[in-house]
Design a protein around this ligand. Structure first.
Ligand code: OGA
Ligand code: NI
Length: 338
């Protein structure tokens, strides 16, 4: 069939002066770039005193952010600038490699544990998104690191170091989130089964007509908690009510609707592109292992005020649905309501 078609956006668009038709969204579904405002109302949580006598204050701040925003920025998060810079550098280098080199990692099968792809799911979607991405499974590291790219030469080492650091951060946050729900400290930790950690390195090339397309359309991430690292090119929007840009700090986003029985809501968000600069964003998706059973904490169900909202399901059931259904303004969690 389309044997001559290049699968990667980066190579397809390097010289175009307009957006190819398959990227153009219908008029009712375009990004409204002029509504994007720089936002300082996203809470910033300082983790410096998370371990110490003031822990309960920090836990409370995290709980408030989860309940009211589902989204917060973290500072004093314990991931050093050096580790972050190395990952950013090696990511940029990867996407600047010649196409033939990058294509060694290409696959459009969402179940592959290491793969370079484009848009979201090219097997099922009708409209393409302005993004290439490298997706890696990264926990347990020793199960996956041998699949990762070896070019640039320090890719595995630099990425693995970042993964170890963000895992530590994710575990600290999950303990705090458990406590903020009045659950035992390691409640969520246990609920995630054997745990898993995925990561995407998103590459958004400059786009000649950013008002016609998305980098990623509105969606809620499927995992438990996302730690998002961005470079200094803005592009993330929360797509509820007001559209806002989040400052370029590692931020987190939490998805605990089921476990918290809807007390904590996951935020819909999307990425827009721009005509001037390439943008890199690196979300870490901390998740349950595929066999983990997702259910509301019994302590958070009461038949009158908080009746059970979702049926129980395994994470792999949900994850499958996420990739098949495609990105959508409604989360596919609705399909699991009782
Ligand atoms: C994602 C995502 C946002 C961004 O990859 O799930 O929401 O800013 N990315 O790239
Ligand atoms: Ni996302």
């Amino acid at each position: 069939m389309a044997g001559t078609m290049k699968p990667l956006l980066t190579d397809l668009v390097s010289n175009v002066s307009s957006v190819p038709p398959n990227f153009i969204r219908s008029e009712s579904d375009r990004p409204n770039l002029h509504e994007v405002i720089s936002d300082h109302s996203i809470p910033v949580v300082d983790l410096q005193h998370l371990e110490g006598p003031n822990r309960s204050t920090v836990v409370k701040a995290i709980g408030q952010a989860c309940q009211n925003y589902g989204f917060f920025q973290v500072k004093n998060h314990g991931v050093s600038n050096e580790v972050i810079d190395k990952l950013m550098r090696v990511s940029k280098e990867f996407f600047h490699l010649p196409e033939s080199e990058r294509l060694k990692n290409y696959s459009d099968d969402p179940m592959k544990t290491t793969r370079l792809s484009t848009s979201f799911n090219v097997r099922t979607e009708n409209v393409s998104s302005w993004r290439d991405y490298l997706r890696l499974h990264c926990y347990p590291l020793e199960d996956y690191v041998h699949e990762w790219p070896t070019n640039p030469p320090s890719f595995r080492e630099d990425t693995a170091e970042y993964c170890n650091n963000t895992r530590r951060l994710a575990l600290r946050l999950l303990e705090a989130i458990s406590e903020s729900l009045d659950l035992e400290k390691d409640y969520i930790n246990s609920a995630l089964g054997k745990h898993a950690q995925h990561m995407a390195i998103n590459y958004y090339p400059p786009c000649p007509e950013p008002e016609l397309t998305y980098g990623l359309p509105g969606h809620a991430d499927p995992n438990a908690i996302t730690i998002l690292l961005q470079d200094d090119v803005p592009g993330l929007q929360r797509s509820i009510a007001v559209l806002e840009i989040v400052e370029s700090e590692p931020g987190t986003e939490s998805r605990f609707e089921v476990l918290s029985n809807d007390r904590y809501k996951s935020v819909l968000h999307r990425a827009v592109v721009n005509c001037k600069a390439e943008r890199i964003s690196i979300p870490t998706f901390y998740c349950p292992s595929p066999d983990a059973m997702i259910r509301a904490a019994p302590q958070l169900i009461d038949p009158v005020q908080h009746p059970s909202i979702y049926r129980n399901f395994t994470y792999s059931e949900y994850y499958d649905m996420f990739w098949k259904r495609g990105l959508n303004a409604e989360t596919c969690l609705d399909m699991f309501k009782v």
